[in-house]
Design a protein around this ligand. Sequence first.
Ligand SMILES: [Zn+2]
Length: 211
Amino acid sequence: MGHGVFVIDTLYLRPGLAASHLVVDDGRAAFVDTGAGPAAPRLLAALDEIGIAREQVDYLFLTHVHLDHAGGAGQLMQALPNARAVLHPRGAPHLIDPTRLIAGSIQVYGEALYRQLYGELIPIPAERVIVAEDGQRLQLGRRTFEFVDAPGHARHHFCVWDEASRSMFTGDTFGLSYRELASARGAFILPTTTPVQFEPEALLASIDRLA
Ligand SMILES: [Zn+2]
């Protein structure tokens, strides 16, 4: 996409639905969301293809802990020796100990579909987690990212502002855009109203703040 930002299709459910983003700056790299567990090998292959060593990845920015965004994070942490996982204060405990996250996901998807979509969920060691408060800034190479608390889709959601590309990584806060439905009138975007923490008023307030 330019500015050292790469898009990697995570092939969640089908091609073109969900992506992880890789940001590269001055020889350092960060993933923004990882996709589900089965996508982890694709993300590592993308590093090889772009020519980034696993040691050069400093961060996984995880907008929220829903498994289509962060399910593969534990697997990637095992493969990326210098990476730290950056999480919302309300989300971090659920990837350090995913017991409740797994139980909740099985409740939504059923055991068989859960296994098929997400595989095995690997915990992230607490000492490799950075908890990002609202307004916190982190440096990657020469660029700065700022974390913005963004409740509404989930209470444990943050968005990530990238000063260098003047882009906001919105996770599930801004909405879903099915690319096949884009037309001359623009993108087709609808709110992401997934259970179990959807709060419409908070979501509207977060979108106003992002804008
Ligand atoms: Zn979500």
